[in-house]
Design a protein. Structure first.
Length: 147
């Protein structure tokens, strides 16, 4: 009986997990949208080469978004708290981060991508990490920034 429960739990977890092709499709679609509607901000630190973080701004209004494409199960979108949509679907994970010196932490003490501190668009501001796994969720955030 325990073995059947373990198998059922494994199948359920895998049924809810995104496949690598789904997450790669999501990443590709977000990149297309960023290139179309946003302007890439040059890397703030010479050695970063945007490996772990890319920052983009809207063409009008210069509203910033940081994007982490290097996760296997999601894309992280970083916004200032002031740039947040008023409501988000439950499918978007959210972590609010308060500035603490040169970095940020949340209520649990977890930090933020330290590369954000080099960008004046984010430095010393309250920020939010939004983890998205669906294009519809990313579109809500990007559409909001475009206003």
């Amino acid at each position: 009986m325990q073995e059947q429960n373990a198998i059922a739990n494994h199948l359920q977890r895998n049924a809810n997990a995104m496949t690598s092709s789904e997450i790669e499709n999501l990443k590709g679609a977000i990149r297309v949208r960023l290139r179309r509607d946003f302007v890439a901000v040059p890397a703030a630190r010479e050695g970063s080469l945007k490996t772990h973080l890319e920052v983009w701004e809207t063409k009008r209004g210069r509203r910033a978004i940081g994007v982490e494409f290097d996760h296997a199960d999601r894309v992280n979108l970083w916004l200032t708290t002031l740039g947040m949509p008023r409501s988000l679907p439950d499918t978007i994970s959210r972590a609010d981060k308060e500035p603490r010196g040169r970095g940020w932490t949340d209520d649990r003490g977890d930090g933020a991508n330290s590369n954000l501190s080099a960008y004046p668009q984010f430095a010393s501001k309250a920020i939010v990490r939004l983890g998205v796994t669906k294009l519809e969720d990313a579109t809500i955030v990007l559409d909001h920034l475009l206003g």
